[in-house]
Design a protein around this ligand. Structure first.
Ligand code: CS2
Length: 494
């Protein structure tokens, strides 16, 4: 194998000319963003926007301090340390053009479990103007049934007992805001970048509940000195696999322990609601808006819901990637019926032309043959995703229309998915916070199909709706007796 270079600051200039390296001096960057959750998505999305701002516009004021809080994040923290915060963004276009770019915008990194006080101090420092987050759906600690912040969550109880070595982001933010108040420092913007409905408002409500319970005298300061813009974030970012690392070595001479793979498309829409001056990120394509809802609905109900559909149906059939499922005409026909008849009527805040263009671009994105986006990734935590991605469409039709046939089929298919075996009798793992409930209830639903949609934490009172149940029961009966592909064919025709 040809020579490759271990990725770090020293080796940057040795990389071949087909690799784009930072054109800026990283020592000159000022850190003003602290980001919690340095996973693949943050690295393909926000950290890339900031890199572009520094690289193309020589704006040195938005360096990122990366923070990980979970035990499971130790590996990425160690790698970032080893690689001086550098990593490769490996973008794969559908036409086969692949680009490797070294991203340099993460200039500091902290690991909460190792030194929580250092994280609290850094969060409280006045240079930090934005604390951004990708903590995933379950990081918001919402109660399964009420949907409000779960103040009795075991992680919250722990943080209340040990306020100076917190585990949750709420514990960290609270301590850092206490320090800011005590030291008479300015507040900051908390920027949620997760795929949940009204992510900023949700974060705000959760944090306020936590503070009201733990430090009530801090609440007024937080109300006056922080803001929580809602955002819509988008870039398909699969799990990195070993092949990607070896191709990078071979084609680009980069030895990167954890590169990030992504599609060329990227979108970031942010509500214009910043504590300090609004960052000029629009120079690199960020859109600012006063109304996030149309962007959010379009993305969650079309892109994310379609992902979930391809994930569940594809896994049952034995496909492994979104690309494979998106090559299957029956699956795509199913998806188009869902998008056109069921989701489109719910999107009354968007004009018809942008909806149609968005749907066309989505299909092209799913059909990019080089993005091996794993159905396994998509299906993880479906119990948190389905209520955000699919149930709003169902609820709309329960009130305003009757088009919920495809959506009801998906819920039935999800019941079958939780049997854990595909149509070729190959088992797969169900990764979900409530996997025990899902697996047990799916088994019970063989005798009593209603059992599955009686999981209130996911479906609320959906099981009481006759129209929905009639489609769901028919679909589940069909799915229990036949392979998924033939069920889809039949269902598409009825
Ligand atoms: C996916 C998202 O996790 C999922 O279910 O739909 O991660 C999706 O790839 C991103 O939201 C794309 O922006």
């Amino acid at each position: 194998m040809a020579k490759s270079y271990y990725l770090n600051a020293e080796n940057l200039s040795s990389l071949p000319t087909n690799v784009a390296i930072p054109s800026y001096d990283r020592d000159q960057i000022n850190t003003s963003i602290l980001h919690v959750g340095i996973g693949n998505f943050h690295r393909s999305h926000q950290a890339h926007y900031i890199h572009e701002l520094i690289d193309k516009h020589k704006e040195l004021d938005f360096g990122i301090c990366g923070v990980d809080l979970l035990e499971s994040d130790r590996k990425i923290y160690n790698i970032l340390k080893d690689q001086d915060g550098l990593y490769t963004l490996y973008t794969k276009e559908a036409n086969g053009a692949h680009k490797a770019k070294i991203i340099g915008s993460i200039v500091e990194y902290f690991y909460g479990p190792e030194n929580p006080l250092a994280v609290i101090e850094r969060m409280a420092s006045p240079e930090i103007k934005i604390i951004s987050l990708t903590i995933a759906e379950d990081g918001y600690l919402l109660h399964e049934i009420t949907g409000a912040f779960d103040i009795n969550h075991p992680a919250v109880t722990e943080d209340i007992k040990n306020p100076f070595s917190p585990k949750t982001v709420f514990g960290y933010l609270t301590q850092s805001f206490k320090l800011r108040k005590l030291r008479n420092l300015p507040g900051c913007t908390v920027l949620s970048c997760d795929n949940i409905k009204s992510n900023g408002d949700t974060m705000k409500q959760s944090l306020h509940s936590y503070i009201s319970k733990t430090e009530p005298e801090l609440l007024d300061w937080v109300l006056a000195n922080t803001s929580f813009p809602n955002t819509m974030v988008d870039r398909i970012t699969p799990i990195t696999n070993a092949n990607d690392s070896s191709t990078l070595k071979q084609d680009f001479a980069i030895d990167d322990q954890w590169p990030v793979i992504c599609e060329p498309f990227s979108q970031w829409v942010i509500e214009d609601k910043f504590i300090h001056t609004r960052p000029n990120w629009d120079k690199v394509g960020v859109q600012y808006t006063d109304n996030i809802a149309p962007f959010e609905n379009l993305k969650l109900r079309l892109l994310n819901a379609s992902h979930t559909i391809l994930g569940i149906l594809g896994t049952l059939h034995g496909y492994k990637t979104v690309y494979e499922a998106a090559q299957d005409d029956d699956f795509m026909q199913f998806l188009k019926l869902f998008m056109n008849n069921e989701v489109t009527p719910t999107l009354h805040d968007s004009d018809q032309e942008s909806i149609e263009n968005y749907k066309i671009s989505l299909v092209a994105r799913f059909q990019n043959p080089y993005i091996n986006d794993q159905l396994f990734r998509i299906c993880q935590e479906s119990s948190a995703k389905i209520p955000v991605f699919i149930l709003p469409t169902i609820k709309y039709h329960l009130q305003n229309g009757k088009n919920l046939k495809q959506a009801a089929f998906i819920i039935a298919a999800w019941a079958k998915y939780n049997d854990g075996v595909d149509d070729n009798d190959n088992p797969y793992e169900i990764i979900d916070t409530i996997s025990n409930t899902l697996i047990r209830t799916a088994a019970l639903s063989i005798q009593n199909p209603m059992k599955f949609i009686e999981i209130k934490a996911v479906f609320g009172d959906l099981s009481e709706n006759k129209l929905f149940c009639s489609y769901y029961l028919k679909a589940l009966e069909l799915l229990r007796a036949n392979k998924v592909k033939s069920c889809i064919q039949k269902w598409n025709l009825t």
